[in-house]
Design a protein around this ligand. Structure first.
Ligand code: NAI
Length: 270
């Protein structure tokens, strides 16, 4: 049961692939709070994934769109506009690195793949916002979010070229946050989430150990996908109207830790 925090608000949610996806949980939480939205994912993900069942469960429109393709995005925004008129919130929950997929390590990057990593995982965020901005599709006091990871600030040995993609994503949030704030009082933020067991997350080499390490270091433990979804609801709600151009941590305290007793104890057992 929700608290109607998003009653009357309309939006678009990118990136729900399966039940584990962070965007899937966000869709469920937003719906429970009264928000309504168009669901979207890459064409292959819509064909093969279980997103259709989510759209059915939540009775919402679904349209395939490659987030790197402006034509696809315009069609998606046509649909959203015909359903709702102007919208109030957008979630960008998209990440993919062909270098990670093809097991090309950081000192052996394929540069065409690197371009794709940036295009899919970061520049798509700019494309989405630029089209929304030009079409004037966001209501005043609207809220736009993308999901990030702390490898944008600190080095994680196997996060590969996704580290640069996240740094770029966070920078785009700051830069666009200025322009969209001035134009229509729209806020733009990134949420930096703990390691989470999803398709994208577990694709990172050594994910299980990274997850355990973060769990031992964070005083509140790793933030779950549900925790992240609730944070997104708050950021879409009217309670956060003047929070913009921030990278916000949903990480159980990880980002301010150095060492914890729990981690030391675990290391001394080895
Ligand atoms: P996921 O694999 O469920 O979601 C990634 C989504 O990106 C998928 O739905 C996929 O279809 C979509 N996608 C890929 N290429 C696309 C394209 N060209 N156009 C449109 N959509 C495309 O995994 P998860 O973890 O829910 O990922 C969501 C976001 O959260 C990503 O930005 C990820 O980097 C971020 N994140 C994930 C963490 C984790 O440990 N799982 C930690 C911190 C951030």
């Amino acid at each position: 049961m929700g608290n109607n925090l998003l009653q009357g608000k309309k939006g678009i949610i990118f990136g729900a692939l399966d039940k584990n996806s962070i965007a899937w949980k966000v869709a469920e939480e937003v719906y429970a709070e009264g928000g309504r939205f168009v669901l979207t994912n890459a064409p292959a993900a819509v064909r093969m994934g279980s997103i259709k069942s989510l759209a059915k469960e939540l009775d919402c429109p679904l349209m395939a769109a490659d987030a790197t393709n402006e034509e696809d995005l315009n069609k998606l925004f046509d649909l959203a506009e015909s359903e709702y008129g102007k919208i109030d919130f957008v979630l960008h929950s998209i990440g993919m690195s062909p270098n990670v997929r093809k097991k090309r390590g950081y000192t052996n990057l394929h540069y065409k793949f690197l371009g794709k990593t940036y295009d899919i995982s970061a520049i798509s965020f700019h494309k989405i916002m630029q089209l929304l901005y030009k079409r004037d599709l966001m209501n005043e006091w609207g809220s736009i979010l993308a999901l990030s990871y702390i490898a944008a600030q600190r080095t994680f040995s196997d996060y590969n070229d996704m580290a640069e993609a996240k740094a770029l994503l966070e920078s785009i949030a700051r830069s666009f946050g200025y322009h969209y704030g001035k134009k229509a009082k729209v806020r733009v933020n990134t949420i930096s989430q703990s390691p989470t067991q999803t398709t994208a997350g577990t694709g990172v080499k050594g994910f299980d150990k990274m997850y355990s390490y973060a769990e031992l270091l964070s005083p509140l433990g790793n933030a779950t996908a549900e925790d992240c979804a609730k944070y997104c609801v708050m950021m879409f709600s009217d309670y956060t109207r003047r929070i913009t151009m921030q990278n916000l941590y949903s990480d159980g305290g990880f980002s301010n830790m150095g060492i914890s007793k729990e981690l030391l104890d675990a290391l001394s057992l080895e």
